[in-house]
Design a protein around this ligand. Structure first.
Ligand SMILES: *[C@@H]1O[C@H](CO)[C@@H](O)[C@H](O)[C@H]1NC(C)=O
Ligand SMILES: *[C@@H]1O[C@H](CO)[C@@H](O)[C@H](O)[C@H]1NC(C)=O
Ligand SMILES: *[C@@H]1O[C@H](CO)[C@@H](O)[C@H](O)[C@H]1NC(C)=O
Ligand SMILES: *[C@@H]1O[C@H](CO)[C@@H](O)[C@H](O)[C@H]1NC(C)=O
Length: 502
């Protein structure tokens, strides 16, 4: 391939600046700088550069192995991340395409695709011989890992998509001179929840934990195999314990659980329900554009939605803290205030698109929370602000301008990247103070919001330290510069017909 002088120069300058700034370099880039003189080698299976300038559309990405599912090629396009299958504008790194997979989320997946750069593992025993399958990045040295990001799937149980999106965001962030991270020290993993349809269609093996419908997202007990009753919350307990094990992962400081849409809802539900452990201070939750929330109080921002048929049940799980799953219904019954306090003290980052005006979860109970993903998030923040003592500092809101219900643009926003990959990277114990060594990048936009659906795009000039989500209030005129209808179309087209629970 032809490499233009200017792009090669840009690449060399970038590579040098990374070396200069951090003094440590991930092997991928280190190897690639050796190869940069010989563009031809970058197109072989041994290619190791992660910079777009070294590739053309459709090339084989670094780390490819035989058996990888189709579709996982270098995607270079001018979509700027809006189609969930291209790199965000401004990132110089490649975007690795999404895996092709047989079947469908409604009739069941026929296979678990081999995700490029990940191993599929079945060693997480959840009950006797029953396992929760999961994927984990290949070839990373457990003794070096400081941080694990556990991604959650969306409505289609598409673990392959979200592990890949977060990996692409991580690649992008790794070349950002403000990031100061080393790819050898950060690992992505993802549970591969399967349901009974996937068992019928072929993706699930005989001893894989099986959920019914979407019950993996609510923490309700599994539907098999046989009489197995295990909650996805127990799965996440076991996965976090696996990585918090100091014998196996001696350098581990932090685990982040991250999801978008229904995966964001699962993440927020787990943050609400997870039983307290000593490790919790080292755990954070990244909640992207959820369809609805577990509201910690019985207050609701909307009093009279058009559908009031559920008025007696608006506080029922998973919309509130009544009738919670067996996983910890006893704790809720014993001391609701303690459960609320536990949530408020957890490290939760909400990533919300200022153009995400989609309805989200269409259930009656969700209508009491707001009329769109965005307004529900703004209302949730307003509820936290109204607590005695105000919004807990461990709860952070990042409103991203120009972004609709677009997974990748939430995960690849620089503020998101900071919280996903850099925040407290070297700290074993998080505190709720703002004592982090590196400062958070400024939010693209912040807003206090009250559910009017308006977005305050005013980037306040005040510095946005990790602890603050400088509330700009909802005064400003909407100024989401990119909120063209095209974005919303792109987002709704990608999951047409599946939007009711997102
Ligand atoms: C922690 O990891 C070590 C080393 O892999 C393993 O032997 C041990 O059983 C693990 N501990 C627990 C509680 O799983
Ligand atoms: C997390 O922080 C707590 C509290 O300081 C500490 O006791 C624990 O060892 C930490 N756990 C890990 C896995 O670093
Ligand atoms: C690098 O991160 C900063 C925030 O720390 C952000 O403003 C900038 O846009 C990022 N650069 C790229 C190329 O993403
Ligand atoms: C919400 O904010 C909008 C825009 O600032 C304002 O017009 C409206 O009155 C507010 N609604 C409530 C219920 O506070």
């Amino acid at each position: 391939m032809m490499v233009s002088t200017s792009s090669l120069l840009a690449y060399l300058v970038l590579a040098l600046s990374i070396v200069a700034v951090h003094g440590k370099q991930h092997s991928l880039e280190r190897r690639s700088s050796k190869h940069s003189a010989s563009a031809a080698t970058l197109h072989s299976r041994q290619a190791t550069s992660i910079l777009q300038s070294e590739y053309k559309n459709g090339d084989t990405p670094p780390g490819a192995r035989s058996g990888d599912a189709a579709g996982q090629v270098v995607e270079i396009s001018d979509n700027g991340g809006h189609n969930d299958n291209s790199q965000r504008a401004g990132c110089e790194t490649i975007f690795i395409g999404g895996a092709a997979v047989g079947g469908s989320y409604s009739t069941g997946w026929t296979e678990m695709p081999q995700v490029l750069g990940f191993d599929t593992l079945r060693d997480l025993y959840v009950d006797g011989q029953v396992v929760q399958p999961y994927i984990q990045e290949t070839g990373k040295d457990p003794t070096k890992i400081k941080r694990v990001i556990i991604t959650q799937p969306g409505l289609p149980r598409d673990f392959w998509k979200y592990a890949n999106l977060v990996r692409n965001s991580l690649l992008c962030w790794s070349t950002n001179t403000t990031a100061n991270i080393n790819l050898d020290e950060i690992m992505i993993a993802a549970p591969a929840y399967v349901n009974t349809n996937d068992r019928t269609a072929g993706a699930a093996q005989a001893n894989d934990l099986l959920f019914s419908g979407q019950s993996w997202s609510t923490g309700v007990n599994s539907a098999g195999p046989d009489q197995t009753k295990v909650s996805s919350f127990q799965v996440l307990d076991l996965m976090t314990a696996k990585y918090f094990n100091k014998t196996a992962y001696p350098a581990l400081n932090q685990i982040v659980i991250a999801g978008h849409s229904l995966g964001g809802s699962l993440t927020q539900r787990y943050a609400m329900m997870r039983k307290a452990t000593a490790d919790d201070v080292n755990l954070s939750f990244f909640v992207g554009n959820p369809g609805a929330y577990v509201w910690p109080t019985s207050n609701r921002p909307v009093q009279s939605p058009s559908d009031t048929s559920c008025s007696a049940a608006v506080n029922d799980w998973p919309y509130g803290l009544q009738s919670t799953p067996a996983y910890d219904s006893a704790e809720v019954a014993a001391d609701l205030a303690a459960v609320q306090k536990r949530y408020y003290e957890r490290n939760v980052v909400y990533g919300l698109g200022l153009s995400d005006n989609e309805l989200g979860d269409s259930h009656c109970e969700a209508q009491y929370q707001g009329n769109s993903h965005l307004s529900r998030g703004q209302n949730f923040e307003a509820e936290l602000k109204s607590l005695p003592g105000g919004k807990p500092s461990s709860q952070k809101f990042n409103y991203v301008s120009g972004v609709a219900h677009e997974d990748y643009l939430i995960f690849s926003d620089p503020v998101s990247q900071y919280y996903l990959f850099s925040w407290n990277l070297d700290q074993r114990t998080q505190t709720s103070s703002t004592s982090s060594t590196s400062s958070a990048p400024k939010s693209s936009s912040t807003s206090g919001g009250n559910g009017s659906g308006s977005s305050s795009g005013s980037s306040s000039g005040s510095s946005s330290s990790p602890g603050s989500s400088s509330s700009a209030g909802s005064s400003g005129a909407a100024s989401s510069s990119l909120s063209a209808s095209g974005l919303i179309l792109a987002a709704s087209a990608s999951l047409a017909g599946a939007a009711f629970l997102l």
